[in-house]
Design a protein around this ligand. Structure first.
Ligand SMILES: NC(=O)c1ccc[n+]([C@@H]2O[C@H](COP(=O)([O-])OP(=O)(O)OC[C@H]3O[C@@H](n4cnc5c(N)ncnc54)[C@H](O)[C@@H]3O)[C@@H](O)[C@H]2O)c1
Length: 272
């Protein structure tokens, strides 16, 4: 612990799930945290986070002795992200680490998907990352690290996920271009590619149904079995602590010459 003492990390989607876990992990390594989240319900078939979730992230970071500034910002709103980055950088002296983690998920076949559903996914899961990087870049210190949360669906295509797969593949192209642009400043840019992670985005009825289309009322146990069938290793999913470990590694000097990499955290799912 203490690998990131003196560093400042800007994290989107930090109210809960993987984003909260990344905030706690990076804070435990000594980084000051600028945490943002939309804290509002969008048209997705699961409950999204609230302001009290973001406040709980702040409380947990503070409780373990960390420093955090938390505020609401939609990753579709460049001005709101810039305000959060400006305030955080003013408070902590700059930004070293950016974790572009915010995202939504939904399912639909191409024939059933309307334009709004497609566009919202692209706006949040792809363009939201561009806006996150753009808003933080003016404060980014040389030698920093940008970590973008893609997905196994950023390396493979899946039925009913054309919008999500397109956005998450798009992040790989964005990451590679950004790694070229920012490499001369010693800023590294990488993507992580988690398989299923048991957060609220995943552990809900829509996912259970997608993984078990032949069942009328699939249960969590049905989902667990179907999910495990997609892994090389004998697990149904990876934990938030596993993706946070990858984020902490890529943020640290241990990864000082790793840039332009697509790092799976997936129990082998992308090989199946
Ligand atoms: N859970 C999985 O199985 C899984 C697998 C692979 C990749 N991912 C990716 O991991 C990331 C984190 O997801 P999670 O599993 O923690 O789910 P989650 O739903 O618990 O967390 C996502 C967070 O992002 C926030 N968010 C959504 N839209 C936003 C917006 N427009 N602006 C700002 N914040 C917004 C939500 O409010 C929420 O707090 C996402 O990018 C997701 O696509 C998840």
């Amino acid at each position: 612990m203490g690998n990131l003492t003196g560093k400042v990390a800007f994290i989107t989607g930090a109210a809960r799930g993987q984003g909260r876990s990344h905030a706690l992990r990076l804070a435990a390594e000594g980084a000051a945290i600028i945490a943002t989240d939309i804290c509002r319900q969008l048209d997705v078939p699961y409950l999204m986070s609230t302001r009290s979730d973001l406040d709980e992230t702040a409380r947990l970071v503070s409780e373990q002795g960390g420093t955090i500034l938390a505020g609401e910002a939609d990753v579709r709103d460049l001005a709101a992200l810039a305000r959060a980055a400006d305030e955080g950088a003013a408070a902590f002296g700059g930004i070293d680490i950016v974790v572009a983690n915010a995202g939504i998920c939904s399912f639909d076949t191409i024939d059933a998907m309307d334009e709004d559903k497609w566009q919202t996914m692209i706006d949040i899961d792809l363009t939201g990352v561009f806006k996150t990087v753009k808003a933080t870049l003016p404060h980014q210190r040389d030698g920093g690290s940008i970590i973008i949360t893609s997905s196994t669906a950023g390396l493979k295509g899946y039925s009913s996920l054309s919008h999500y797969s397109a956005a998450k593949h798009g992040l790989v192209g964005f990451m590679r271009a950004a790694a070229h642009e920012l490499g001369p400043r010693g800023i590294r840019v990488n993507t992580i590619h988690p398989t299923q992670v048991p957060t609220d985005m995943l552990m809900n009825e829509q996912t259970y149904r997608m993984f078990n289309p032949h069942l009328d009322e699939p249960t969590r146990e049905d989902f667990e079995a179907a999910s495990q069938a997609g892994m090389v290793m004998p697990v149904p999913w990876v934990e938030t602590a596993d993706t946070s470990e990858a984020v902490a590694f890529l943020a640290s000097d241990a990864a000082r010459f790793i840039t332009g990499a697509t790092l799976p955290v997936d129990a082998g799912a992308q090989m199946k």
